[in-house]
Design a protein around this ligand. Structure first.
Ligand code: ATP
Ligand code: MG
Length: 159
């Protein structure tokens, strides 16, 4: 199915704005349109999971960023937050099923620890990858979808 990643990300940003009004969201895209062959509901689920995590782990009023860009072989979408971050030991495990960082901050917050494992599976099902970099104040989840899935085979820059 043909999906415009920019449109999909904008819709996710709007959903976030409605559901998490206490967090300003900045949306930024390098391109006006990025059409790929993908499952729109699943990609939306990926973005919603990452955006929800970003909101849950940051103070109200702290901005969350959603960015779309391209690399030579990938369509890239990133979710960044300025929260406390994820320790290096935990970074290796956050995509595992049921894994949750056990600290005072998250112990009471009631997630299942499945969100990121689902993100990982859904992205892999599209032939893509998800990775993260994190230090206090700067956590970025990066989803890469193969350029092979781009309609026309290369980034479409509409102007
Ligand atoms: P669920 O998504 O199933 O409701 P969850 O959010 O706890 O539960 P995941 O989304 O898989 O589970 O995340 C796993 C763990 O990774 C979280 O419990 C949290 O400790 C940590 N984590 C995920 N995203 C962030 C983030 N943006 N900042 C800090 N920690 C994070
Ligand atoms: Mg989650």
């Amino acid at each position: 199915e043909r999906v415009d990643l920019v449109e999909l990300a904008m819709a996710a940003a709007e959903g976030f704005h409605a559901g998490r009004p206490e967090h300003p969201l900045s949306f930024d895209s390098q391109v006006d349109s990025l059409r790929l062959d993908a499952d729109p509901m699943r990609l939306r689920q990926v973005l919603d999971n990452l955006l929800t995590n970003a909101a849950v782990h940051t103070e109200p009023g702290t901005a969350v960023a959603l960015r779309v860009r391209t690399e030579p072989d990938w369509a890239v979408v990133e979710v960044a937050d300025a929260g406390p971050g994820i320790s290096e030991q935990a970074q290796a495990r956050v995509f595992d099923r049921f894994y949750r960082v056990d600290d005072s901050r998250t112990r009471g917050s009631g997630g299942t620890g499945l969100g990121l494992s689902v993100v990982h599976s859904l992205v892999a099902a599209h032939g893509g990858t998800v990775s993260l970099t994190s230090r206090p104040g700067d956590t970025v989840f990066t989803v890469r979808l193969p350029s092979a899935s781009l309609v026309g085979g290369s980034p479409q820059v509409d102007s």
